[in-house]
Design a protein around this ligand. Structure first.
Ligand code: PGA
Length: 231
């Protein structure tokens, strides 16, 4: 299975022309499968083979000012959607809300990229992080079919901090999650760059990466894509 590399641009860049030019500088002929998740406002103008959103509503239509539904994402040709990112969970998003979003996305044949790792213990405390991550995934999935979702393990202390998790730790979490759930892919995310991408992608059970900051630099991101294409 080709490696899956998902770019989470978060709230960047701020200008439409910058988003178009960033997407245009990212290589398109890679063996690794690449999904760009630009800010939703730019999704209609950014051209790329696989586009994703960074969040969606649990509702499909109706009086929900400011929300964007899975149905609307599907009509834009979006095939992936990040849900349960720690930057949303920190605003109060619950496992139950994540679960409803997954259900809505699957109804519209969009692959949810379900983030787990928020609020679970730090590995350095010697606690069973892998079991806590699997519990969070279970609560987020509910009765949704795990084989239709991608899971992204993002230890919250590793996001945007420059302190990534160790390869051994990631492999252990991947093993526990995959034993319990037949997820379609297991990604790692948190301070990924071109210097550490190879070791994460070579870890047992890791099928790809969720990349934040490094995906905003086309040269750096293309290096990560190339590394993913060689594995
Ligand atoms: P980072 O972000 O790569 O900048 O740590 C990852 C993410 O939040 O998805």
């Amino acid at each position: 299975m080709p490696k899956l590399i998902v770019a989470n641009w978060k709230l960047n860049p701020v200008k439409a022309e910058e988003a178009v030019s960033l997407a245009g500088a990212i290589q398109t002929d890679s063996i690794a499968k690449v999904v760009l998740c630009p800010p939703i406002a730019f999704t209609g103008i950014v051209k790329f083979s696989h586009l994703g959103a960074q969040d969606c509503s649990a509702q499909i239509s109706g009086p929900y000012t400011g929300q964007i539904s899975a149905a609307e994402l599907a009509s834009l040709g979006i095939s992936y959607c990040i849900v349960g990112h720690s930057e949303r969970r920190t605003l109060g998003e619950t496992d139950l809300e994540v679960r409803s979003k997954i259900t809505a996305l699957l109804e519209y044949k969009i692959t949810p990229v379900v983030c787990v790792g928020y609020g679970v213990p730090d590995a350095s405390q010697g606690l069973d992080v892998a079991t806590a991550v699997a519990e969070q995934l279970s609560a987020s999935l509910g009765t949704n079919d795990p084989s239709r979702v991608v899971v992204a393990y993002e230890p919250v202390w590793a996001i945007g901090t420059g302190h990534s998790a160790t390869v051994e730790h990631i492999a252990q979490v991947a093993s526990v999650v995959k034993k319990r759930f037949s997820v379609s892919a297991f990604l790692y995310g948190g301070s990924v760059n071109s210097g550490n991408a190879g070791s994460f992608l070579s870890a047992n059970g890791v099928d790809g990466l969720l990349v934040g900051g490094a995906s905003l630099d086309a040269v750096e991101f293309n290096k990560i894509i190339n590394i993913g294409s060689q594995l």
